[in-house]
Write a new protein. Structure first.
Length: 194
């Protein structure tokens, strides 16, 4: 775990939690206005929002590490951070749902149906699929993974917080959807090879 990455959150958490603990048993939005002195309300809300924004920029593994670090601390510190991301099944349904979760955080448009339709056309649901016969393959850059993305497109449209491996199902889906959003407005608008 990188302590340097956690330090700003720890400082922000303590800056909010220590004054708040003197005035309130728990630090939640509905009691913030009632139990925290007026001069601390706005800075406390700003620090809480900054902590939430900071955590959204972390990978799921880093978010879990933050939760493990903060959970044993005295209340109200664990309440300052948003809940960890939901767990997803390690299958096609789970990969699509996890991709939609990541896309929602990054405001990348797309629907379950649009993603599934394109996956089934492109790879038949096989995350290890590789096309060695089309024009991309002839040029030395074969299409790979669930959404049949070529390496340059994957690198250009990779979504932070996902794996750098083009064969990783979630990374492949989100990169393809990011590309489709930029080129076609959404993966939902793609009905053929793209």
């Amino acid at each position: 775990m990188h302590i340097r990455k956690l330090f700003p959150v720890a400082v922000a958490v303590l800056a909010v939690a220590i004054p708040a603990q003197a005035h309130a048993a728990s630090f939640v939005a509905d009691v913030l206005a009632q139990d925290v002195p007026p001069q601390l309300q706005q800075p406390a809300q700003q620090l809480q929002q900054q902590a939430e924004q900071w955590q959204k920029g972390l990978s799921p593994q880093q978010q879990d590490q933050v939760q493990q670090f903060v959970r044993p601390l005295p209340q109200p510190i664990p309440q300052l951070l948003p809940p960890p991301p939901p767990a997803f099944a390690n299958n096609l349904d789970g990969w699509i749902r996890q991709s939609l979760y990541v896309m929602g955080q990054r405001r990348i448009p797309g629907s379950y149906a649009g993603i599934q339709r394109n996956i089934m056309r492109e790879s038949g649901g096989n995350p290890a699929a590789i096309n060695l016969y089309d024009s991309n393959a002839a040029a030395g850059i074969p299409s790979k993974g669930l959404m049949q993305v070529i390496d340059p497109t994957f690198r250009a449209y990779h979504v932070d917080g996902t794996s750098g491996d083009i064969y990783d199902p979630v990374a492949n889906i989100t990169a393809a959807c990011n590309y489709a959003a930029h080129r076609y407005g959404s993966i939902d608008n793609v009905y053929s090879a793209y």
